[in-house]
Design a protein around this ligand. Structure first.
Ligand SMILES: Cc1cc2nc3c(=O)[nH]c(=O)nc-3n(C[C@H](O)[C@H](O)[C@H](O)COP(=O)(O)OP(=O)(O)OC[C@H]3O[C@@H](n4cnc5c(N)ncnc54)[C@H](O)[C@@H]3O)c2cc1C
Length: 499
């Protein structure tokens, strides 16, 4: 049984949960040998330079990938007056937030972590009638709390933001390659309903989550744990409708005498913890679920979607399914669909309040926590986390812990109260390409550091910084990989280091 699942959890205290799951073989003293170190990722680009590919659009900035990081980059660049094209393979912006049904945005658990873009996003939600903070009494009065971005409203607001700042979104556009010349990316090659075409731009932002653009052009990248070679576990999330929340709440609190629940209906969560372990174990004994199905269970009510719960499960073993194998990803989705049905039936049968429930939505994007990471100008590492490192060129701060989902977990030290680390701009740029910025979960960081910086607020703040740097670089004729973030006037920067 994984230690992380044997702990109490509360919605108001998500950090406590996250902190206790902040564990890994990587950090443990009995970690497997270095022999299976993170593997370099091969470059995969086909040389399109000489091919006669039509230009679909030209822009100042081309953002590849419309997840939380990419949207923040595109919107911020647009807000700063740049012409922006945003390429997204799906039909909705938000990446894992919307297509992956990942909810809620985890807390940074530190004051003043909200950069202006996040503040604006939260205001937009408020304009649509939703206060995204969990409680009436925010734990952190100036940011740092978990945020409830209902996926459908988030998708709408992202479209709205792009329209406001004249960002050209290209949905159903898949990045398939890139042209380069003299240390610059000159075009992104995409596949759309029109066939192959190219987007020309002065600056390119890789927000694909899997460092796809960076790997196409040969930026050094690594994948998986330095110690085990394994990637983090993947999940395939789903939602259940027709849930009677009060009955669910009473079942866990009154019947199972579970002490985890500080948060109260209508917004609350349940999870597999020390208190509820027996409940799931009995389901295994009865043959209703497998050990794998219930290895990790977490469910949240969704603000703005009464009667619906967001399920942060099932997870699949990283020994069987790697996030860096295309075939494994497909097999994982198929396996998870089977697991989801078993889980849904188990909930219906055994949890009052789920009796009339049904699977209302399945993710359209596999839940990949970590795959490839670039090696940029600065390589963030776990000591930056443990030392609560500050950087003059910091673009944001967080105290979110190292949160590795793996088979072998060992608790490790986490930051003390009030401590936080920062992310340097140099982790977003490369030595190889002067006009490339990388944002989101694939920035330059080792496996444990990535497990801390991967949450949605941090990804959004990185994207925002990339948008600002793009505008500053173009205006002042400075290559984005040479920008000294600290020398950008403070009133333009989204974040100023505390160091
Ligand atoms: C199961 C799971 C649970 C999580 N739980 C939480 C949580 O509770 N709270 C939290 O804050 N964080 C959580 N996270 C982490 C967080 O959601 C992600 O790290 C974050 O969404 C990463 O943002 P991103 O923009 O870097 O990438 P993504 O969200 O992965 O977005 C990448 C985008 O790029 C697009 N794309 C990819 N390749 C191409 C291509 N070739 N062409 C065009 N478009 C492309 C994708 O379609 C997608 O829209 C979780 C992650 C997972 C997997």
């Amino acid at each position: 049984m994984e230690k992380s699942f044997l702990i109490p959890i509360s919605r108001r205290d998500l950090l406590k949960f996250a902190g206790l799951t902040a564990a890994s073989a990587v950090l443990s003293s009995n970690a497997p040998a270095q022999a299976q170190a993170a593997q370099p990722a091969p470059a995969q680009n086909i040389n399109f330079n000489s091919a006669n590919i039509p230009t679909l659009l030209s822009a100042d900035v081309c953002v590849c990938g419309g997840g939380p990081a990419g949207v923040a980059a595109a919107v911020t660049a647009g807000r700063n007056g740049l012409k922006v094209v945003l390429i997204e393979q799906g039909t909705v912006l938000g990446g894992l937030q919307t297509q992956g049904l990942v909810y809620p945005a985890m807390p940074t658990s530190v004051l003043n972590s909200d950069t202006p873009y996040i503040t604006d996003l939260n205001k937009r939600f408020a304009m649509h009638g939703i206060n995204v903070s969990f409680t009436d009494e925010p734990r952190y009065k100036n940011g740092g709390d978990a945020r409830e971005y209902m996926p459908e409203l988030l998708a709408f607001i992202y479209d709205e933001l792009c329209a406001d700042y004249k960002v050209d979104i290209l949905y159903n556009a898949t990045l398939v390659g890139a042209n380069t010349s003299g240390g610059k990316i000159t075009a992104a090659i995409i596949h759309t309903v029109e066939g192959l075409s190219k987007i020309e731009a002065n600056i390119f932002i890789d927000a694909t989550g899997d460092a796809i653009l960076s790997r196409f052009v040969g930026v050094p990248s690594v994948r998986g744990s330095e110690h085990t070679g394994r990637n983090q576990k993947m999940s395939f999330r789903f939602e259940m409708g027709g849930v009677e929340e009060m009955k669910v709440y009473k079942f866990f609190v009154k019947k199972l005498k579970d002490g985890w629940c500080e948060s109260k209906p209508p917004e609350f969560e349940f999870a597999k913890t020390t208190h509820t372990e027996k409940f799931y174990y009995e389901g295994i004994q009865r043959g209703e679920v497998t050990k794998d199905d219930v290895a990790y269970i977490q469910a949240f009510t969704i603000l703005g979607k009464p009667g619906t719960m967001s399920m942060n499960c099932p997870e699949v073993s990283p020994f069987l399914y790697s996030s860096t194998s295309a075939l494994d990803r497909s097999k994982a989705i198929q396996q998870c669909r089977i697991m989801i049905r078993r889980l849904a039936n188990f909930f219906k049968k055994n949890i009052p309040g789920f009796k009339n429930s049904y699977i209302s939505r399945e993710a359209s994007l596999l839940g990949v926590r970590e795959s490839w990471r670039i090696r940029g100008k600065y390589y963030m590492n776990k000591d930056d986390y443990f030392n609560a490192q500050k950087f003059p060129d910091a673009v944001c701060r967080s105290a979110y812990p190292i949160d590795i989902h793996d088979e072998v977990l060992n608790l490790e030290k986490k930051l003390g109260k009030g401590e936080f680390y920062e992310i340097p701009y140099r982790a977003l740029v490369t030595n190889e390409f002067s006009n490339l910025i990388v944002v989101g979960r694939c920035i330059s960081s080792d496996f444990p550091a990535q497990a801390a910086i991967r949450i949605q607020p941090t990804c959004m703040s990185m994207g925002e910084a990339a948008g600002i740097a793009s505008a500053y670089g173009l205006k002042n004729n400075i290559a984005v990989n040479s920008i000294d973030w600290a020398s950008i006037p403070a009133e333009i920067r989204s974040y100023v280091s505390a160091g």
